[in-house]
Write a protein that binds this ligand. Structure first.
Ligand SMILES: Cc1cc2nc3c(=O)[nH]c(=O)nc-3n(C[C@H](O)[C@H](O)[C@H](O)COP(=O)(O)OP(=O)(O)OC[C@H]3O[C@@H](n4cnc5c(N)ncnc54)[C@H](O)[C@@H]3O)c2cc1C
Length: 350
C-alpha cells in the first residue's frame, strides 16, 4: 500500500462523539455510512496504522467477487471506495491505537480508553473488531524477550522515537521496507537484514530501498539473524550468519522486526460482554451485545447462522445504526427512509 489512506488524530487527549467504533475494517467503515445517514457521528479506533482490516492486511490485491453489484474488486480498492463513500460524514480515525478498556463516565456515557492514553466518550460503542486486533508476530530470535519494548520493537507506534538511532530492521515484506524508507531521513544509520535476496514487498518499495543502498544511505545485509548482544535491555549488536557460513555482528542501539501479523481477541475479552466461541454474542434485531449500548457487527459478532462475509457485516451495520439511534437521540423518533427518495438523506452524502 503506497499511502496510509487517511489522516489519524494524534494520540492522547479526551474526545466525545456519538458512536465509537472499535475496528476500521470494511464493516467498521460501512458502519460510519449507515450511522451518518441517521445523523450520527463516529470515531474509529484501530491498532493498525491504516483502515481496511483484513482486506488490506491479508489480501489487498485479491479479487473479491461477492460484494453485491460489483463484479470484482480488490481488498485495497474496496477499502478506498468505502473511505470515499464515508468522506461526507467526516469520521475521525484514531490509528495505531489499541482499545484496551471500557467504563462508564459520570454522565452515564461509555468511556473507551486506548493504550496511547486517548479517551473517547459516547453513548454507544460499536465493536467491529473482526477476527481480533492485528498484533505483530515475535521473531524467533533467541533471547529477544530480554530486549523487547526497550530497544527491540515489533512495530512503529511513534516515528519520532527512532530519530538519531542506529537501527537494524529485520524482514523482507511491505512493513520492513516501508519503515526502512520512512525512517531513513531521521535515523542515524539503518541496516536492513533479510535472509534472502528477494523481497515480498511492493516492487516500488523494493526499487526505492535498492536506490538507498546504491546511494550509500542504508546498508543491506542478506543473512540469518543468529542472536542479539547487549545488556540491561539495551541492544548493542545483531549477530548474523550468511548461507556461506560467514559470521558478522552489526552494531546498533535499536532493532525493529517485521515478521508478519497475527489476529488476537485481545483486550475485548475483558470488556464484560457475553462471549461465545471467542466472539461477542449479539441479538439479530439490533446486533446489541449483552450490555445495553454496546453493539457488535462484522466477523466479531456471534449469532446463529452468522457468515463471516463482508456483505453480512454491511447488513448488520444498517440494523446496528437503527439500534444506536435510540441511545444517541432518545427524544427523537426514527423515520425509515430510502436514499433514492429522501432529499435530506441525499444532502447528507453529497
Ligand atoms: C484471505 C481471505 C479472503 C477473504 N475473502 C473474502 C471474500 O471474498 N468475500 C467476503 O465477503 N469476505 C472475505 N473474507 C472475509 C472478510 O475479510 C471479513 O469478513 C471482513 O474483513 C470482516 O470485516 P470486519 O470489519 O468485521 O473485520 P476486520 O477486517 O477483521 O477488521 C477488524 C479491525 O479491528 C481492529 N481491532 C480489533 N480489535 C481491536 C482493538 N482492541 N483495538 C483496536 N483495533 C482493533 C483490527 O486491527 C482490524 O483492523 C476473506 C478473509 C480472508 C482472510
Amino acid at each position: 500500500m503506497a499511502d496510509k489512506m487517511v489522516e489519524a488524530v494524534p494520540p492522547g487527549g479526551s474526545h466525545e462523539t456519538d458512536v465509537v467504533i472499535v475496528g476500521a475494517g470494511p464493516v467498521g467503515l460501512f458502519a460510519v455510512f449507515e450511522l451518518g445517514l441517521l445523523g450520527i457521528k463516529a470515531r474509529l479506533i484501530d491498532i493498525l496504522d491504516h483502515p481496511g482490516g483484513q482486506c488490506i492486511e491479508l489480501y489487498p490485491e485479491k479479487p473479491i467477487l461477492d460484494i453485491p453489484a460489483i463484479k470484482s474488486i480488490s481488498g485495497e480498492q474496496l477499502t478506498r471506495q468505502l473511505l470515499e463513500q464515508i468522506e461526507p460524514f467526516e469520521p475521525k480515525f484514531h490509528l495505531n491505537e489499541m482499545a484496551i478498556g471500557v467504563s462508564k463516565s459520570d454522565n452515564d456515557n461509555w468511556r473507551i480508553e486506548t493504550d496511547m492514553g486517548t479517551t473517547i466518550e459516547a453513548p454507544v460503542i460499536c465493536i467491529a473488531a473482526g477476527g481480533g486486533s492485528f498484533q505483530p508476530k515475535k521473531p524467533p530470535i533467541p533471547g529477544v524477550e530480554d530486549f523487547e519494548d526497550q530497544s527491540v520493537f515489533f512495530a512503529v507506534r511513534e516515528r519520532e522515537k527512532f530519530r538519531d538511532k542506529t537501527i537494524v530492521i529485520a524482514g523482507g515484506g511491505d512493513s520492513a521496507l516501508d519503515w526502512t524508507i520512512n525512517l531513513e531521513p531521521i535515523a542515524k544509520k539503518i541496516t536492513l537484514i533479510h535472509r534472502r535476496p528477494d523481497f515480498r514487498a511492493a516492487p516500488d518499495s523494493v526499487e526505492k530501498m535498492q536506490e538507498l543502498v546504491k546511494a550509500g544511505k542504508i546498508d543491506l545485509k542478506i543473512a540469518q539473524i543468529k542472536g542479539l548482544t547487549g545488556e540491561g535491555g539495551m541492544i548493542s549488536a545483531v549477530e548474523t550468519e550468511t548461507k556461506e557460513g560467514e559470521k558478522d555482528a552489526i552494531a546498533c542501539d535499536t532493532m525493529l522486526t517485521f515478521y508478519g501479523l497475527t489476529m488476537k481477541l485481545g483486550p475485548i475479552a475483558d470488556f464484560g460482554l457475553n462471549l461465545e466461541e471467542n466472539r461477542i454474542a449479539v441479538d439479530t434485531e439490533k446486533f446489541e451485545s449483552s450490555v445495553p449500548g454496546i453493539f457488535c457487527v462484522g466477523d466479531m459478532a456471534h449469532y446463529p447462522g452468522k457468515l463471516k462475509l463482508i456483505l453480512s457485516g454491511f447488513h448488520e451495520a444498517a440494523l446496528m445504526s437503527h439500534g444506536a439511534f435510540h441511545y444517541v437521540f432518545p427524544e427523537k423518533k426514527l423515520k425509515f427512509q430510502h436514499t433514492t427518495s429522501s432529499k435530506s438523506l441525499r444532502e447528507k452524502v453529497t
